[in-house]
Design a protein around this ligand. Structure first.
Ligand code: ZN
Length: 194
């Protein structure tokens, strides 16, 4: 159990030991429901065919919600980013999850991201009754996040859509997932043209 726990982000060996000890002694019941919740989620979750966020059917909760604003699309690196943005901001637009960042040094190329589906989706969203007007490039402010935003900006050029980038207050080199909720909400509100 300790071995498996230390594979999780931010869990060191000390914490893993403490958690394992708790789960196998006083917290047995909670541990059993945690295990079944994880295995149920793993068997039911799939990726949304539109935005590649987690979904239980072919569309996720956001894409299947007709009240979402089709004029704004927020592009993020991973599903966890959608989760934090949904929780911390009043963003009502749509998302697109890249499932990776462009990283020539690590051999991650554009075809490893969900770039083609993004481009065809953008073209489709431009035909909506409320056509797409703005794309927020909300990748992290790391070197790879910035490089990806720049790359996307080049790909999306000429489509007549305003591009913006989260910036204000987010620490340089910071990952979106670990930003606190207030900072993130401000960063989204204070986004600037790209
Ligand atoms: Zn979706």
């Amino acid at each position: 159990v300790v071995n498996e726990l230390t594979k999780l982000p931010t869990v060191g060996e000390k914490t893993a030991l403490r958690l394992a000890y708790h789960m196998l002694t006083r917290g047995k019941k909670d541990a059993a429901s945690l295990a079944s919740a994880i295995s149920e989620a793993l068997s039911r979750l799939t990726l949304c065919q539109e935005c590649f966020y987690f979904a239980e059917e072919h569309l996720c909760e956001v894409c299947s919600d007709p009240s979402r604003d089709t004029r704004t699309l927020c592009v993020v690196e991973k599903p966890a980013d959608v989760l934090v943005l949904e929780r911390s901001s009043t963003f009502t637009g749509l998302y697109h999850v890249l499932h990776g960042l462009w990283s020539p040094l690590r051999g991650v190329r554009p075809e490893h991201m969900t770039l083609d589906p993004l481009l065809s989706r953008v073209r489709r969203l431009k035909q909506e009754t409320a056509p797409l007007r703005e794309i927020i490039l909300a990748t992290s402010t790391t070197v790879e996040g910035d490089a990806t935003a720049l790359f996307l900006a080049q790909e999306l050029e000429g489509l007549g859509i305003e591009l913006s980038r989260l910036a204000q207050g987010l620490p340089k080199g910071g990952e979106l997932e670990y930003a606190d909720e207030v900072t993130l909400a401000h960063a989204l509100q204070g986004r600037r043209g790209f």
